[in-house]
Design a binder for this molecule. Structure first.
Ligand code: MG
Ligand code: MG
Length: 257
């Protein structure tokens, strides 16, 4: 069941996703060698609550924290811990909020200090793949148009696409229909309609596409332990194109400061 949103509901989703973006920008300021992923989690939780929202992931399916923090070979759903970030790591930070009955959900992968050139390329390719997908997110296209655009960009650049985890609809629930895979064929899948709100979230690996589910019940990592990147936008489908509800600009300005 795909729930179409009114413009008022899209604005509530925008409020949530802009708060997620501001939270990720706050986290970005603290990403340095030596900080633990639990410290990042505490910063995010305090920031979200001080803005009148509730962390969207905390308690969701039993998840224990505010952020999913996934370092290097971890793909997604990493649990914050006393692991201290090191120079050369990459860290994917996925964040959710609930406010006024709706969810926010967005993610960004950060470099910790100087990283290897091939890992920087993985970050660039993954973010570009997200933008290629967003360019297809318009009424009249199909989910497969997004999926194919993401997959083509990743694979053309020698990276691989995780199959086990996908994007999704977003609204009063964090995971609504339709599923939005990061691989697929043009012209296939559900029709995109005005009022749909979806999360497009490529999870792209430097090595093999295969992943392993860790015994903690949450963490997903690459089978070959090569790094993985993850960027996520929430977008509303419009007639002319995607109305992006997430703001990476505020995150990237925080990184430059
Ligand atoms: Mg997310
Ligand atoms: Mg998501």
């Amino acid at each position: 069941m795909i729930y179409l949103k009114t413009q008022e509901e899209v604005e509530l989703l925008r409020e949530n996703n802009l708060l997620v973006s501001a939270t990720l920008a706050e986290v970005a300021k603290h990403i340095k060698p030596g900080i633990t992923t639990l410290q990042l989690d505490a910063i995010a939780e305090q920031f979200i609550r001080s803005h009148g929202a509730v962390p969207g992931f905390l308690g969701y399916g039993g998840f224990p924290n505010t952020l999913c923090v996934s370092v290097n070979e971890q793909v997604v759903h990493g649990i914050p811990s006393d692991y201290a970030l090191r120079e050369g790591d990459i860290v994917s930070v996925d964040c959710g909020t609930i406010m006024k009955g709706f969810y926010g959900d967005s993610a960004y992968t950060f470099a910790v200090g100087r990283i290897a050139p091939e890992v920087q390329k993985l970050l660039d390719v993954t973010k570009e793949a997200l933008y290629k997908g967003v360019a297809q997110a318009k009424a009249g296209n199909r989910v497969g148009d997004i999926s194919a655009a993401v997959q083509e960009h990743a694979e053309t650049n020698g990276c691989s696409v995780v199959r086990e985890l996908v994007g999704h609809g977003l609204g009063r629930n964090m995971h609504e229909d339709p599923e939005v895979p990061n691989y697929g064929a043009r012209g296939r899948g559900p029709l995109l309609k005005e009022g749909m709100v979806i999360c497009i979230e490529p999870m792209i690996n430097l090595g093999t596409k295969y992943v392993v589910f860790e015994r903690d019940g949450w963490t997903v990592r690459t089978r070959d332990r090569k790094p993985s990147a993850h960027f996520e936008f929430a977008v509303a489908i419009g007639k002319q194109g995607a109305d992006v509800l997430t703001d990476f600009g505020i995150i990237e300005n925080a990184l430059k400061a």
